[in-house]
Design a binder for this molecule. Structure first.
Ligand SMILES: Cc1cc2nc3c(=O)[nH]c(=O)nc-3n(C[C@H](O)[C@H](O)[C@H](O)COP(=O)(O)OP(=O)(O)OC[C@H]3O[C@@H](n4cnc5c(N)ncnc54)[C@H](O)[C@@H]3O)c2cc1C
Length: 460
């Protein structure tokens, strides 16, 4: 049987594989997404989209679909011995150039189901109940073999196949796992409690800080409970929650999801194999859930990678552009793993016994990773920093500058008269931005990458 031909074969239709496929669609690339599961996630797993992800969703035209579904949360508080200790949100309040200074509490199923639906509407549904059994490099690209013997010839393969990545193992990419022997129970459901229900992340301090209460979309709440053993029951997890909340109590009226996971930390040694096969999301980095960075980091991987493939495949960019994927994303993954590692350890170990306070202090110190807004590529001035968002008046409407960006293009933004002195990449959209009060870029021209980072800047 002749191999099916496509630009990109994507192994895995978790949020990262789905986002890669959707961004490829926006760029007019052909992509085949393969997943062994029968349907997108229905319950559980990741619970929060950070401020940078919200900006990226705006570029991809997905913000309006997701934002109304979630709950806003920008506050972390600490409770101990039944009393309020502290409340913080300064790392969110201090963010500049951003309209959504908070987490959007929204479960991973909403992200997966939206993207799955968008791909169906685009006439390119995920090929489900399909297992990938082999991938090999060919002269011009890759050949992917499915469990049923079918083959797919593509220029690139993306392994977005999760923490136990088959693609990573097949190509023997080193992935040394650290296990800090910390086990979390996670419980989602509708609760009843005499503790006032607030849209805040609450860390409870008892002997240690082993319980966190996370607000979620709709009428759902989530509890993370640190259990120090693998053998525990649902009742024991609920008992721990009640111990931490004393003198208040809670009970689940309806339990929606209950799961346990032991923390594992790793970053793949390489994110690509010969610039043909790429690892993204949990396939390339895993860590504890503390700080809510797993899904967010994976989605940023997708935004970093696909425009580069687009430019190499369709717009004559040199293949070496793809090398910048690992150069840019691996340091971010290392920073994320370090951040979540500090956070998770602080729930168990504390010099002064102030675990919950230590936790919030770490969030504050490393908030660039938690909010996603501290990520930059390179060290040189404004280059590699995220474009700041602000309101502009166009002829038709008043709008956020991010809503004018377009993932399939570089954007030249000019904030004044004159022509910029740098070369423009092919297929650059130019927007002359009318004078606006809060614009931080007066008399400058900015060349903005498709993923919203500044590629070049000059005075006009
Ligand atoms: C049990 C659990 C609980 C979690 N809880 C939280 C949480 O509370 N908060 C949080 O922030 N994060 C949580 N995470 C992490 C978060 O869910 C991940 O960071 C996120 O799902 C990563 O997305 P991904 O697309 O990279 O991988 P995944 O979502 O794992 O998707 C990988 C996909 O690849 C498919 N696949 C794998 N191998 C093959 C193959 N050979 N052929 C075809 N398809 C294949 C799988 O079916 C799957 O759909 C949790 C993860 C797990 C596993």
């Amino acid at each position: 049987m002749k191999a099916l031909e496509t630009d990109i074969a994507i192994v895995g239709a978790g949020p990262v594989g789905l986002m890669c496929a959707y961004l490829a669609h926006l760029c007019g690339l052909r992509a085949v997404v393969l997943d062994k599961s029968a349907e997108p996630l229905r319950v559980g797993r990741a619970d929060a989209l950070n401020a940078r992800t919200l900006q990226l969703l705006e570029i991809a035209g997905l913000f309006d679909d997701l934002y109304p579904l979630g709950k806003i949360c920008n506050t972390s508080s600490v409770w101990a011995g039944g009393g309020f200790v502290s409340r913080q949100s300064k790392w969110w309040d201090a963010l500049e150039g951003c309209f959504h200074k908070h987490f959007l509490m929204l479960g991973q199923p909403f992200v997966e189901q939206l993207l799955d639906r968008k791909l169906q509407q685009a006439g390119n549904p995920v090929r489900r109940c399909t297992t990938v059994s082999h991938v090999e490099k060919t002269e011009n690209g890759c050949l992917t073999t499915l469990g049923n013997g079918e083959t797919i010839a593509s220029r690139y393969v993306i392994g977005a196949d999760g923490s136990r990545s088959f693609i990573r193992e097949l190509f023997k990419v080193p992935f040394e796992v650290t296990r800090p022997q910390i086990i979390w129970a996670v419980l989602d459901g509708v609760i009843e409690s005499d503790f006032p229900k607030v849209p805040e992340i609450i860390t409870f301090q008892t002997d240690t800080s082993d319980v966190a209460w996370i607000p979620r979309e709709g009428d759902i709440d989530r509890f993370y409970v640190r259990m120090d053993t693998k053998d525990f029951t649902l009742d024991q997890a609920i008992e721990r929650i009640n111990r931490a909340m004393q003198p208040h109590t809670m009970r689940f009226k309806e339990l929606v999801w209950f799961s346990a996971f032991s923390v594992k930390e790793s970053v793949a040694e390489r994110f690509s194999i010969d610039d043909r096969i790429f690892l993204a999301g949990d396939a390339s980095h895993i860590h504890s859930v503390n700080g809510g960075m797993g899904l967010n980091t994976g989605l940023s991987d997708a935004f970093n990678l696909i425009w580069k493939m687009h430019r190499v495949l369709k717009l004559d960019a040199p293949a070496s552009l793809l090398r910048s994927y690992e150069e840019e994303r691996k340091p971010v993954a290392l920073g994320v793993v370090e951040t979540s590692g500090q956070l998770v350890r602080s729930t168990k170990f504390s010099k002064e016994g102030t675990h919950a306070k230590d936790y919030v202090d770490i969030v504050e110190r490393r908030s660039g990773y938690v909010t996603g807004m501290g990520v930059r590529y390179g060290e040189e001035g404004m280059r590699g920093t995220r474009l700041q968002d602000f309101m502009v008046e166009t002829e038709e409407k008043s709008t956020r500058i991010y809503s004018l960006l377009d993932y399939a293009h570089y954007t030249l933004l000019t904030f004044g008269d004159g022509r910029p002195g740098f070369d423009l990449p092919v297929f650059t959209k130019t927007i002359r931005v009318p004078r606006s009060e809060n614009c931080p870029y007066h008399n400058q021209a900015l060349l903005v990458r498709p993923d919203g980072y500044i590629a070049d800047v000059t005075l006009l």
